[in-house]
Design a protein around this ligand. Structure first.
Ligand SMILES: Cc1cc2nc3c(=O)[nH]c(=O)nc-3n(C[C@H](O)[C@H](O)[C@H](O)COP(=O)(O)OP(=O)(O)OC[C@H]3O[C@@H](n4cnc5c(N)ncnc54)[C@H](O)[C@@H]3O)c2cc1C
Length: 380
């Protein structure tokens, strides 16, 4: 009997397993995940879970019975420590070996830390359900919160902390929140949104260290000033979780290089990197929809379908009453052209134009209108 082993039991991993079953795979499926929890969804962690509007159980993709009924051997609390490509086995941290005919790498990413200060009480990272529960507890008790890093995760957390009544400072080296992902113009609009909601936004500010004896008391900035804090979220980026593959000779370089994997080996989700002919760039996306789309593709390839993978990326973020959605890829040199609505009213549609073509479309509180704009990108 053929056996598929999936390493990583989250969005990409569980979607791969369930798609295989739904679409007729009759062999054995084992999903190996190092977290203790049943697979769950991450986007609500920085939104509904931090705000306390959802119980944590609501993030779950389903009960354990679903996996059992589908004949999926779900091994939680189990870490893959190595891979032997020639013998086709995954080596677990316990020393056990699990053989496979098809392997799917879906191990995601890990948050980066600052050089020091993470041992202090009140300092948090945000990736897992446990992280979100601990951060919420801290925010509920905190009065002054500093968020280091104003990407989507930091910006969403700053919004949640503010809505919980904390005094919030959002610090980043970039001039404005999410400017790296969405360009300076949209970054300034997001900065204004936060300022209007009472967040102090410090762009162009590096953090030198976290201060405190046993609990965090403040954050020191590069100019020597100190921002008082009794809770800190560090959201300064991530790295793909490929350490367990280091001795395996599986081609990696900021993610698993999908085009170079040997037959029978696939990658999906945040850990996977591929060449997009549509956008002319190498992509590794940390976007929830991509995890599903790429997992479905991996499952279908295992089922023998000769299909390509070159989607139109999709990403959304929720901050206060703003839902910002983007289809496509935003090149650093792209020009923002507002095509509908009014940025001043925080309701508009815009194109990112680069090299004479639209490479991304953005909607700020215009979900219905944005969907039809996506057609501009599928034609590329
Ligand atoms: C707080 C938060 C909010 C987000 N909000 C949004 C959003 O608004 N919009 C959006 O588009 N995207 C959002 N994302 C991103 C989205 O959640 C990810 O793109 C998605 O979770 C990726 O799924 P994945 O399965 O590839 O990786 P992950 O969800 O990271 O899952 C990988 C799993 O593999 C496990 N693992 C790692 N190494 C091993 C090993 N050696 N052995 C066994 N198991 C291992 C990990 O513990 C983890 O459980 C958010 C992410 C976070 C953290």
């Amino acid at each position: 009997m053929e056996r598929v082993v999936v390493v990583g039991a989250s969005a990409a991993g569980s979607t791969t397993a369930q798609t295989l079953r739904r679409e007729g795979f009759a062999g054995a499926i084992t999903v190996i995940g190092d977290e203790p929890h049943l697979p769950y969804d991450r986007p609500p962690l920085s939104k509904q879970v931090l705000l306390g509007s959802w119980p944590v159980e609501r993030t779950s993709f389903g009960p354990s019975t679903t996996y059992a009924e589908q004949g999926i051997d779900l091994r939680l609390g189990s870490r893959a420590a190595g891979l032997d490509l020639s013998r086709r086995v995954v080596e677990l941290a316990t020393g056990e070996e699990v053989g496979w005919d098809h392997l799917v790498v879906a191990t995601g990413v890990q948050p980066l830390q600052l050089r020091e200060g993470h041992h202090l009480a009140g300092v948090h990272l945000l990736r897992t359900l446990d992280d979100a529960v601990a951060l919420r507890k801290s925010l509920v008790d905190a009065s002054a919160v500093v968020v280091v890093g104003a990407g989507f995760l930091g910006s969403e957390t700053a919004a949640a902390a503010r809505q919980l009544g904390c005094e919030v400072t959002l610090v980043d080296l970039a001039p404005a929140p999410m400017a790296v992902q969405l360009g300076a113009e949209v970054g300034w609009m997001i900065a204004e949104l936060h300022a209007a909601n009472g967040v102090r936004v410090l762009g162009g500010s590096g953090v030198t260290r976290l201060l405190g004896e046993s609990a965090v008391e403040g954050v020191e900035l590069a100019d020597g000033s100190v921002v008082k804090a009794d809770a800190v979220l560090v959201a300064v980026g991530t790295r793909p979780l490929t350490d367990w593959l280091v001795t395996s000779e599986l081609p990696c370089g900021d993610g698993v290089l999908c085009e170079d994997t040997p037959a029978g080996v696939h990658a999906a989700g945040d850990v996977a990197r591929w060449n997009s002919a549509r956008f002319g760039v190498s992509l590794r996306l940390e976007h929830r929809f991509n995890a599903t789309e790429q997992a479905v593709c991996a499952a279908r390839r295992i089922l023998g379908q000769d299909i390509g993978f070159d989607p139109v990326p999709y990403f959304w973020t929720d901050q206060y009453d703003a839902r910002i959605q983007v289809y496509g890829v935003v090149p650093p040199d792209a020009r923002l052209v507002v095509v509908q609505g009014d940025p001043g009213a925080r309701k508009f549609l815009a194109h990112y134009v680069s090299g004479g073509r639209v490479s991304a479309v953005l909607g700020w509180n215009m979900p219905r209108e944005l969907r039809s704009e996506r057609a501009l990108l599928t034609a590329i």
